[in-house]
Ligand binder design. Structure first.
Ligand SMILES: [Zn+2]
Length: 59
């Protein structure tokens, strides 16, 4: 309780970084991996993005 993060007083969960775009978002559930904007595009799109990211890291 003492270490509660400031910034979003309504959030139940601490901010997370989207696994795809790296954006910080506040998940509605503790399991969320992706920001709403990426989730709305679908799992398939996410998969492709992650694939592309991995390729970029190696290049
Ligand atoms: Zn995202």
């Amino acid at each position: 309780m003492a270490n509660r993060r400031a910034g979003n007083l309504v959030a139940k969960h601490p901010p997370k970084r989207c696994d795809v775009c790296g954006r910080v978002f506040v998940p509605h559930s503790g399991r969320a991996l992706y920001c709403p904007m990426c989730r709305i595009k679908g799992r398939r799109w996410i998969k492709e993005q992650r694939k592309g990211m991995a390729a970029n890291e190696r290049a």
